[in-house]
Write a protein that binds this ligand. Structure first.
Ligand code: CU
Length: 148
């Protein structure tokens, strides 16, 4: 009888402990935060770009390593740069976000390329995108479609 009670007591203690830990984890905002995301309008079967600012409030460096969305056949991280008088894009495998710092994806620089759109994207629409990071948990964001 005494053993049974101790066992129940142990389970109760563990349950409360786990519940507290879960609540604490849920209350913490993710170290990487997204600001001002937007997507340039485009038609079905075309490509377009997504821009945003990533803030790293954590104490360790992280990196954006990929993204995906149901609205595009493929999603890639790109960098635009001038080569002579021509603007060119190249894929990048990771986009570093320094600890306590931020990186801004903007026209003429880094962007998330949505390739082969599966639908028209018009101003006022929203797009759901999942961002994947080297260390932080994936983030699902809702991004408005708008003109620059
Ligand atoms: Cu691009």
């Amino acid at each position: 009888m005494g053993f049974q009670l101790r066992k129940i007591g142990y389970f109760l203690t563990m349950s409360i402990l786990l519940w507290t830990m879960t609540a604490a984890a849920a209350g913490t905002s993710p170290p990487v935060q997204v600001r001002d995301p937007w997507v340039r309008p485009a038609s079905r079967a075309m490509n377009t770009a997504l821009y945003l600012t990533l803030r790293n409030t954590g104490e360790t460096a992280d990196a954006l390593v990929g993204a995906r969305s149901a609205v595009a056949r493929a999603v890639e991280l790109h960098e635009s740069r001038m080569e002579g008088y021509i603007m060119r894009m190249r894929p990048v495998s990771r986009l570093p976000i320094p600890a306590g710092g931020q990186v801004t994806l903007k026209p003429g620089g880094f962007h998330i390329m949505l390739i082969d759109l599966q639908q028209d994207l018009q101003p006022g629409d929203t797009v759901t995108v999942e961002l994947r990071f080297e260390k932080s948990a994936p983030l699902t964001i809702t991004v408005p479609v708008r003109q620059p």
